[in-house]
Design a binder for this molecule. Sequence first.
Ligand code: ADP
Ligand code: MG
Length: 554
Amino acid sequence: MAMLDLIFPFVVSRMIDDILPSRNLDLIFMVAGGMLVVYLLRYILQYTVDYWGHVLGTRMEHDMRRDLFNHVNRLSFNYFDNTKTGHVMSRLVNDLHEISELAHHGPEDIFIASVTLLGSFIILLNIHWPLALITFAIVPIMLIFAVLKNKRMRRAFMEMRIKIADVNAQAEDSISGVRVVKSFANEHFEEEKFAVGNKNFKDAREGAFKVMAEFFAGIHLFSNLIHLSVLVAGGIFIYNGQMQTGQLVGFLLYVSMFMQPIRRITALIENYQKGMSGFQRFFDTLKINPDIQDKKDALEMQNVYGDIEFDRVTFNYGSDQKVLEDINLRIRPGETLAIVGRSGGGKTTLCNLIPRFYEVEKGAITIDGKDIREFTQKSLRENIGIVQQDVFLFSGSVKDNITYGNIEATEEEIIDAAKKAHAYDFIMNLQSGFNTYIGERGVKLSGGQKQRLAIARIFLKNPAILLLDEATSALDNETERIIQKALRELSKDRTTIAIAHRLSTIKDADRIIVLTEEGIIEEGSHDALMAKNGEYRKLYESQFREDFIPSVTG
Ligand code: ADP
Ligand code: MG
């Protein structure tokens, strides 16, 4: 393409100096025919470069996005505890786009600019070397201007990117928390917070556009001055009979062509900056390994009885403060163990260690006598069902959310699971039954309804081990009774660990332990613990007094 572009000025100068004076009309048509062929070829080339260049970029972006998503998807809890969702999103969307832009425009720009520069440089020298030398003497001044301004422009654009990231983060935070915002009637406060970031972004943009305008107007002015100098100097050469008219016209056209790459390269520098910093972030994320990985010869967990044992387990979340220290605990197959204790005592943490969401620091957890680190994480987690503290549902239909427990479940199995979870009746009363859209995170359902869907999805999963984390807090009595019933059915024949603050709901557990910062301080049946007159009894009696105050601990 670049080479073909170099032909036209040559043809123009030959036309003026040789062909027109010869007054040969046939020759003019022949030249025109030749140029038509050149233009057709150029059309094909440009089409190819534009289409396949972008296709190349798009496919790269597609593959990188897939790899990055798959990678992030498999990172451990620890990564997500310490990462902002907004950051991951911007890596998946903006960064990758900028990388792909650089990947296909970069080589193209460098290649085209080099050919154009070198070609027009050689041709200019050939046409009239004294005039060429005069031209090249002026061009460096313009290059220095371009480089200096470009540096400022880059800084201005960097500033802009930082400011737009702030706007994104602010918007994400406010909008995802919109229900809290409204409950505090703090819309005005949020608007003011947002306005600050938005104004900073506007200011940064205005600054960037100022530098940009200076740059482009300046470049244009330089280019005009160079053309003017060539015109004057060339005019003098012609006046003295040292140059022909066509030569000067051709020369001027090549000078214009010589200027083009400077713009291209400026754009390239901008793309390079964006693309490379995105590339860096891309690789930084890919380099993060999941904290918890399967052993090379990890086993598939099969035919689980559900005999769980904690053997001198110690754990902390990275800081020095031990959350669990030297815990010994055995839960027999089919047993229901209840854990109670003040908030922050480590109940949730203890449960999170069983599916290996976090790795024990010292000691070991075994299931059916085998260290859980011997199993693949996939098979381990397939055998554990968890009803979490705050139920998370995906935006989609009721059915989508229940089938999440077993993607291959049949229609009857889904209905059966819904019935066992005491969810069938309310589902049938929804506008479109199982196909009702439940909104983002299930906002269109009540707390009790969400919980029953979560239970139905575990019925479908049918695991040997069940972890219930405060599944019954903050519900009205009637709903709680129904959910208790569903949970009792769910925990039948499964090893169950249940955490609850409402002590009345776990009275009929096989065994109860009291877990605090000091470890397991009491253990036994409800009656035995009441008789012991210790911590459990204190917890129980304080709750009995406050029975009508809704539990909000967690
Ligand atoms: P409980 O469920 O008994 O209320 P948790 O197991 O949730 O208690 O928390 C035990 C302790 O661990 C608390 O001090 C809490 O601040 C801390 N903790 C819980 N989750 C994390 C986490 N993801 N990162 C760091 N510290 C945590
Ligand atoms: Mg908890």
